[in-house]
Design a protein around this ligand. Structure first.
Ligand code: SF4
Length: 378
């Protein structure tokens, strides 16, 4: 559970009228002052101005893990979204790390508390608990493994920890499903239906074996008793508002316009897009695939706009297109701009950290159990 620990000594408003050059200089001044005690984390989907001030760039789990393994770091500024800052807090302040620092906590700051994730917000803990009970009327929930995508609130990770479940990322979703099926007949996968479906389809599970649970759909989430009884994976009705924008017609359009083009998409895109793409994979896989391609390769990439534009800039030897005629960017992450970054850093330097994210100890404990199970999966 997130708490705002301190009141701001400096209000945000005046920072909003400062020019980017001035904000950048002031951000760098605080970075110099703190040195290795401060790590600014920039998610791959973050805007370039913010990435320019980041110590580390990566996806959410990779960033949290790297920051937690730093010996010197005592403050993390996470330029991402809320669930990412929660994961960073859980990993950086887990018992083993606290013991190494003689009990000293790492403060984790989210520069704008409004930077949430639309997907994570589609599954609230009370809805998931109610669904678990509801499903228990039809199937044996001791034979059901709850799996939460890392893009979810800490309370959902804790739910998985308590019920023998596990966390997955888009890189290891298949391995996590295999781990789960060794233990139970069925999986309850939330909050992203697309990642769950696209991964399970590749394992030979059919759509008929994957009913969707809609938390607003009434009894059994709108599915029939037969569908739940015959299920292998029960998918939560959630999605990423960015990745769900990509369509099969966009793929057809790019193939027609640019013969030989390769379609590279994230598994959070709908099945209709994943089924016809040349390559589907996590953010890291998308980056590695482009890095490894020969010069002159043509790509249409279906993932967040800032990352695609950065790949275009960093790989001028390749021809990179954004796989949509409309803008698909993570609008909530975009809230974290230089003004918010500078404001949170100067308040930190003044001894009044703002927007500190501290997960409730019991939730953190159970979340860590679900995260550690994921680490055991190869
Ligand atoms: S891109 Fe989608 S899943 Fe990722 S943080 Fe933004 S809304 Fe959430």
């Amino acid at each position: 559970m997130a708490t705002v620990l301190e009141q701001a000594s400096y209000p945000l408003q005046p920072y909003k009228s400062l020019a980017n050059d001035e904000l950048s200089e002031r951000i760098e001044e605080v970075r110099r002052q703190f040195g290795a005690r401060l790590l600014i984390l920039g998610h791959h989907y973050q805007q370039d101005e913010v990435i320019a001030h980041s110590d580390l760039r990566g996806d959410s789990y990779q960033l949290s893990q790297q920051a937690a393994s730093s010996r010197d770091c005592r403050t993390i500024i996470f330029c991402g979204v809320h669930f990412m800052a929660e994961t960073a807090d859980i990993l950086a302040n887990r018992p083993q790390k606290l013991a190494e620092r003689a009990g000293e906590r790492v403060t984790v700051i989210l520069p704008d508390m409004a930077a949430g994730c639309s997907m994570a917000d589609m599954a609230a803990i009370d809805q998931v608990e109610a669904a678990w009970q509801d499903l228990g009327e039809v199937i044996d929930t001791s034979d059901l493994t709850p799996v939460t995508y890392i893009n979810s609130a800490a309370s959902l990770k804790a739910f998985c920890g308590r019920h023998g479940g596990i966390v997955c990322t888009s890189s290891n979703a298949r391995a996590v499903l295999e781990w789960s099926f060794k233990r139970t007949k069925r999986v309850f996968f939330f909050p992203d239906q697309h990642l769950g479906r696209n991964t399970a389809l590749k394992m030979g599970i059919t759509n008929a074996q994957m009913p969707v649970y809609d938390p607003h759909g009434g009894d059994l989430g709108g599915s029939s008793e037969e569908a739940i009884a015959g299920s292998r994976v029960i998918l939560w009705k959630g999605h990423c508002s960015v990745h769900q924008m990509f369509r099969a017609e966009h793929v057809a359009l790019f193939r027609q316009r640019y013969p030989g083009i390769k379609i590279l998409v994230h598994p959070e895109c709908p099945q209709e897009v994943n089924d016809i793409a040349d390559v589907s994979g996590s953010t890291s896989k998308i980056i590695q695939t482009v890095e490894a391609a020969p010069p002159g390769t043509k790509w249409a990439i279906g993932t967040e706009l800032h990352l695609v534009n950065r790949l275009k800039h960093e790989h001028p030897e390749q021809e990179i297109h954004f796989l949509s005629p409309v803008v698909c960017m993570c609008a909530t992450m975009y809230r974290i701009d230089l003004a918010h970054l500078c404001w949170s850093l100067e308040n930190l330097a003044a001894g009044h950290p703002v927007n500190a994210i501290e997960v409730d100890p019991e939730i953190a404990r159970w979340s860590l159990i679900a995260l550690e199970r994921m680490l055991e999966v190869k």
